[in-house]
Design a protein around this ligand. Structure first.
Ligand code: N01
Length: 581
């Protein structure tokens, strides 16, 4: 199929940007259920989204494999087995390729196509989407499926261009891999990614120096192969697993205890932490209900985990640096690992505390610290994270109604109505945009919920002959206030340097971006918005800037909000049970 570079743009009903989990499913629903002429535009030369780009050593999902897959089709479910408790990057990419084939999606996916701009044409009631190559597409509905963590954050450290060795960001890893054999490797960053990468890089590197700015907790993943019986169990229990992940606030396949840490005596608490440590993974966060609600409760878990670091790491100074953690457990996204702390017992692996002695610059031979010390390196690995949530959207020049620009509208922070719609940007839907539970949940579940909600919304519009939908400014204001309230009911904002707050990117406004009220409550709110005729949206006409906030939000989150199935009454206003992946 050809696309226009001049003259009239190619015309579609819907354009989807991105071919990861969200984009593939969105295409399937719009094309195969609604019969829309739909095209997916994808920067990469393959499908997979985050799993296409993040090929760094040790890249693996922290969600358990029976929960990290689509749940919309039993047939699809039965056609695929993962091989380990946590799926590795290659296997997830293979799964998504399998899905693309099974659903015959490829003919409608245009790879190697980077969207750079999108402008709303009010007279035509359509978006014009422009790519880096100058191709243009017109569509009535535009859906971003660009992921939350796809804009790599390479820190602006002076001198990088003079470095004589090679450097790589984990989120843009070379497809041919990186040969560390015998090399002096420096890794900057100890988030979830860095903690996965260290043990694997150490296997072949001549030396590995980890530059740590913020020490981090980590719980053993206890990964391992799934035997045939376990695979069959996950295949046979599709309905149960689906119901479970759709009924937990973090969309993981485990329930969070309703017990409170502070109600237990110390021996019981320790016993339960030890048991969770032995089981491994994000389930550690589920041991007690109050771990993110009470600092005192959190301290009990934090002390247990710091004690483990001191137990594992033999050199006392290394153990001190690694366990000198300044934030509550799980206030930043909690990593899980395979032999992370043990790796520091190897003679060729060391940690440098760059909070005490910050990185001053990069010099041709390596990394220089403020003290003047120079660490000579052949390879630098930046495991320095992402310009999260807003970064991927703002990398596209969105021009909404009346020529307004998203970059200006979000200068003080993002604003969406229920994470999927932006006032001033009609017929634009954002899958897992700011204000969605997204990264505080097992991503697949919010992705499926958003994609289905968007498809239902478009179906309703078509049925009712409505051409245009736009969130009202008051709805987005009210939603972001609620997103802030939900976060403030927890310890999450106490990790002042977290990417949830945008604090990892210099100059980025400090706004808590994901919705911490839990996926179950979120789904209830979205369903109510739709059931009440898309409250908070203007249907068929531009949004009234003076429209009042939609009553649905106050009703769904206030004291008379409907109960959440299976949760205690005091889990009403904010669940905040277990931020996960
Ligand atoms: O990124 P991060 P990540 N000098 O931002 C440090 C998801 N994920 O790629 O904390 C020195 O968490 C920074 O230090 P500080 C998951 O949601 C999912 O690890 O800012 N250090 C920090 O240590 C995760 O949360 C899976 O002080 C600098 C690190 O770099 C998200 O991806 C697997 C620095 C960045 O940590 C991002 O994790 C892996 C500088 N100038 C990851 N700049 C799954 O399971 C930054 N740092 C699906």
């Amino acid at each position: 199929m050809t696309t226009a570079t001049g003259g009239s743009p190619q015309s579609y009903d819907a354009i989807v940007i991105g071919a990861g989990f969200a984009g593939l499913y969105q295409l399937h629903l719009l094309r195969d259920r609604l019969g829309l002429k739909t095209r997916v535009l994808e920067t990469a030369d393959g499908v997979g989204g985050t799993w296409y780009w993040n090929r760094y050593p040790g890249a693996r999902c922290d969600s358990e494999s029976h929960s990290y897959r689509y749940f919309f089709s039993k047939e699809l479910h039965e056609s695929w087995d993962y091989s380990e408790r946590y799926p590795g990057q290659e296997e997830i990419r293979a799964y998504l390729n399998h899905v693309a084939d099974k659903l015959a999606l490829r003919p409608d996916i245009q790879l190697s196509t980077k969207v750079t701009a999108a402008a709303w044409d009010e007279a035509a009631g359509r978006w014009t989407v422009t790519t880096e190559a100058g191709e243009r597409f017109a569509c009535q509905w535009l859906i971003t499926a660009v992921g939350c963590l796809s804009s790599a954050n390479v820190p602006n450290i002076p001198g990088l261009e003079d470095f004589r060795g090679e450097w790589h960001h984990t989120g843009r890893w070379p497809h041919e891999g990186v040969d560390f054999a015998g090399k002096r490797v420096g890794q900057v960053g100890t988030g979830s990614t860095g903690i996965q990468a260290v043990p694997v890089i150490a296997e072949t590197a001549g030396s590995l120096t980890v530059f740590q700015r913020t020490a981090n907790y980590s719980v053993p993943a206890r990964n391992g192969p799934l035997n045939e019986q376990r695979k069959k169990e996950w295949r046979d229990n599709f309905e149960e697993v689906r119901k479970l992940v759709q009924s937990t606030p973090n969309a993981h396949p485990f329930r969070i205890s309703t017990d409170r840490a502070l109600d237990q005596d110390e021996a019981t608490r320790l016993e339960r932490y030890q048991k969770a440590w032995d089981i491994g993974g994000l389930r550690f966060r589920a041991v007690f209900h109050d771990l993110l609600l009470s600092k005192e409760a959190n301290d009990t878990a934090a002390e247990f985990l710091k004690g483990k670091i001191r137990e594992i790491v033999k050199d006392p100074e290394t153990a001190r640096i690694l366990s000198d953690i300044d934030h509550p457990y799980a206030a930043k996204r909690p990593p899980i690992d395979t032999n992370y702390f043990d790796t520091f017992n190897l003679d060729h692996v060391s940690v440098v505390d760059v909070r005490a002695d910050p990185i001053r610059r990069i010099v041709p031979e390596g990394i220089e610290l403020e003290s003047g010390a120079v660490h000579e390196l052949d390879v630098i690995v930046f495991a320095t994270g992402f310009d999260a949530m807003t970064g991927p959207l703002l990398s596209i020049d969105f021009q909404g109604a009346g020529g307004r620009r998203l970059r200006d509208d979000w200068a003080a922070g993002p604003k969406t109505w229920v994470g999927v719609a932006i006032p001033g940007y009609p017929n634009l839907f954002t899958v897992t945009g700011p204000g969605s539970p997204s990264v505080l949940a097992n991503m697949i579940v919010p992705i499926e919920q958003h994609v289905e909600w968007i498809a239902d919304c478009i179906e309703t519009m078509r049925r009712e002959g409505v051409e245009r939908i736009e969130a009202t400014p008051a709805a987005a204001e009210a939603w972001m206030a609620h997103v802030g309230d939900a976060a403030n009911a927890t310890l999450l904002p106490q990790a002042g340097h977290s990417w949830y707050l945008g604090a990892n990117v210099p100059g980025k406004p400090r706004v808590f971006m994901p919705y911490a009220g839990g996926m179950v409550r979120f789904r209830q709110i979205c369903d109510a918005v739709a059931a009440r005729g898309y409250e908070g949206f203007a249907m068929g006409a531009p949004a009234d800037p003076a429209a009042p906030p939609p009553p649905v939000l106050a009703e769904m989150t206030g004291p008379d909000a409907p109960p959440l199935p299976g949760y205690p009454a005091d889990a009403r206003t904010s669940l905040v049970e277990a931020p996960g992946v």
